[in-house]
Design a protein around this ligand. Structure first.
Ligand code: COA
Length: 169
């Protein structure tokens, strides 16, 4: 298995992976496609195995007002038949060591039982606009003071309505 930056040629495979990994809708694949089409600054990696894209991870800017205050992790997905084999953990650990990621405050809207393994903790502040009571909102290296609402890239809204986390797997 190799971890690489995605190329323009394998973008279609990334969208297909996201459509299958998040079966409740096309939100995540539309989101990443919009990032690519708009040239939005993101950090992203894929796992390639026998020519297939079997996992994907992306990070995009998090905002406090107009200022960047860290990165949002997501979407992240592993192809169904490759889950529970350590691939998601390996990809995430790899990403967390990379230069643009390793010193940044990170935020993720995800399953606490998975992300806590990597040092993410429940995030009280800032507030996530997509998650009632920040129940699934976690952070790492976050020392934000004050109860502001964290900002996302515009594509998070234009890609459609974010699906509820419950029952996503
Ligand atoms: C979350 C995901 C990326 C994990 O990938 P993976 O390759 O299966 O992860 P790993 O094999 O490294 O780790 C699996 C472990 O995490 C746990 N885990 C994974 N997703 C979980 C979830 N939603 N809730 C609780 N535990 C979870 C598994 O139970 C497993 O535990 P074990 O090691 O005790 O058996 C994958 O399940 C996936 O693509 N899910 C759908 C998309 C998604 O929810 N993405 C995250 C939010 S953006």
């Amino acid at each position: 298995m190799k971890i690489r930056k995605p190329t323009e040629e394998n973008r279609a495979k990334v969208y297909a992976l996201l459509r299958r990994a998040f079966p409740r809708g096309e939100y995540e694949s539309c989101l990443v496609q919009a990032f690519h089409e708009h040239g939005t600054p993101i950090h992203e990696w894929v796992c390639i195995h026998t020519g297939r894209v079997i996992a994907y991870i992306a990070f995009s800017n998090a905002y406090h007002g107009d200022a960047v205050c860290g990165l949002h992790l997501g979407p992240m997905a592993v192809m169904h038949e490759f889950r529970k084999q350590g691939i998601g953990s390996e990809l995430l650990r790899f990403a967390l060591r990379q230069e643009p990621i390793k010193n940044q405050p990170l935020f993720v809207l995800g399953e606490p039982r998975f992300f806590k393994r990597f040092g993410f903790e429940p995030c009280k502040a800032p507030i996530c606009p997509f998650d009632k009571n920040n129940a699934h909102f976690l952070s790492l290296r976050n020392d934000a003071a004050g109860n502001f609402m964290v900002g996302y890239e515009a594509e998070f809204r234009s890609a459609g309505k974010p699906p509820l986390l419950k029952g996503r797997r």
